[in-house]
Design a protein around this ligand. Structure first.
Ligand code: GDP
Ligand code: CO
Length: 398
């Protein structure tokens, strides 16, 4: 793979935010000695380097009642050496969609001889193990893990930790192009191969997000991303004193982290989860508030934003109105202790202009769960021991 070198890096305390890097070649050929200066403006990342990162990576696929064909396509796009972790919140009553997903995955893994795990977000054993290890932030009143993609993501991160992976990446189950999924994972691996700190995050920027209207229109940014990014950049500018447009992936659903970083961040629920990750990094390591973790502060937290070649096309469901997606993300920024009056005004202005809040209303404060390192992982691991086998897609054959 050949990818632009980070050409510009914005610093915010211990956080290094790299400007967008484009993919130049999806495949850069056989490993050869580099010519002098070949790796200055452009990084060539050899296949075996990519593979060495993929081996250490879990790819989480959150799914809720998606078409099985789409799900299977997404699975087929994940490079073989990654551990696939499917976290499902699909229906089990009536038509057992979870079972259909599990069967599809099991069959797929049987023929491709690859490793995968699948579990239901509402699995009582999982909730019980969380309870036993003293981590109740994900649990609802029924003492099961709550609904939502964010809750599923956090549960899957725990599985990645139990599987002793070093990196975790997220890919939605409703992506139409397996080739795009394949590229995301290669971008994750490339980003980590460039990272100097072991506390790193890679966020994907889509080159185009097509809309199907009359013919197909290749849109660059969605409206929600545009507004979220603008407010996030305003928050950074107000602290550094320099206007910036560095954040271009505030809402990136497709993203990855080193587990060392993943376990020290708090997570918001719902659509606030991705913007909140950045907000939490700025709060914890921006140098304005006390540093959240001494080692990460010393090493620095590195953020990569990589622009893919494949366009992003996913299933658009009815409920994806502006309000549902914009409001939680802006709420995460608005309620940050870093957010000053100017950015707050900007957020209120945007939300009012879109007719999402009324004049005296404020965006809701997201529910944020404690970092995973606060839990007793040993206890959790022990409690989960007897169930792990039943999550494995190759289990009947062992
Ligand atoms: P959007 O693509 O960001 O507009 O949101 P989607 O509704 O497509 O959801 C993103 C991904 O999360 C898809 O793969 C969904 O199937 C999945 N998802 C949505 N809700 C849940 C949930 O409650 N739990 C889990 N595990 N996955 C979910
Ligand atoms: Co979608």
């Amino acid at each position: 793979m050949r990818i632009e070198s980070p050409r510009y890096t914005e610093r915010f305390g211990s956080v290094r935010i790299n400007d967008v890097q484009q993919v130049l070649e999806l495949d850069s050929g056989r490993a050869k000695e580099l010519l002098p200066h070949e790796n200055i403006a452009v990084q060539k990342i050899d296949e075996d380097i990519l593979k060495s990162f993929e081996e250490k990576m879990a790819i989480v696929i959150p799914i809720k009642d998606e078409k099985l064909k789409l799900f299977e396509g997404v699975v087929s796009g994940v490079p073989h050496d990654c551990l696939i972790i499917v976290v499902s919140n699909s229906q089990k009553k009536g038509i057992d969609r979870f079972r259909m997903e599990r069967d599809t995955l099991n069959q797929y893994c049987h023929f491709t001889r690859r490793e995968a795990m699948i579990f239901h977000q509402k699995d009582p054993a999982l909730a019980q193990s969380l309870l036993e290890s003293g981590y109740t932030d994900l649990l609802g009143e029924d003492e099961l893990i709550g609904d939502g993609k964010a809750e599923g993501m956090v549960a899957a991160m725990l599985m990645a930790m139990l599987a002793k992976k070093e990196y975790v990446g997220f890919v939605d189950a409703d992506n139409y192009f397996p080739g795009a999924v394949w590229e995301y994972v290669r971008c994750f691996a490339s980003g980590f191969s460039m990272a100097k700190s072991s506390y790193a995050m890679v966020r994907i920027l889509w080159r185009y997000k097509p809309k199907i209207s009359v013919g197909m229109y290749f849109r660059k940014w969605g409206r929600v991303s545009e507004i979220t990014n603008r407010c996030m950049n305003s928050l950074i500018s107000s602290k550094t004193g320099f206007e910036t447009e560095i954040i271009k992936t505030g809402n990136a659903g497709e993203h990855a982290m080193s587990l060392k970083l993943a376990e020290i961040l708090p997570y918001a629920s719902s659509y606030a989860v991705e913007p909140q990750e950045l907000v939490s990094i700025f709060e914890g390591f921006g140098g304005v508030l006390p540093m959240a973790h001494p080692n990460a502060a010393k090493d620095g937290v590195e953020i990569f934003q990589i622009e893919t070649r494949n366009p992003h096309l996913h299933e658009e469901k009815g409920g994806q109105h502006l309000e549902g997606m914009l409001l939680p993300g802006l709420g995460a920024i608005y309620h940050s202790p870093l957010c000053e009056v100017e950015t707050k005004q900007m957020i209120l202005g945007e939300l009012r202009q879109q007719g999402i809040i009324k004049p005296r209303e404020r965006p809701p404060k997201p529910h944020v769960s404690a970092p995973l390192r606060k839990m007793n992982l040993k206890k959790f691991s022990k409690a989960m021991e007897e169930y792990m086998e039943s999550y494995s897609a190759l289990r009947e054959e062992r």
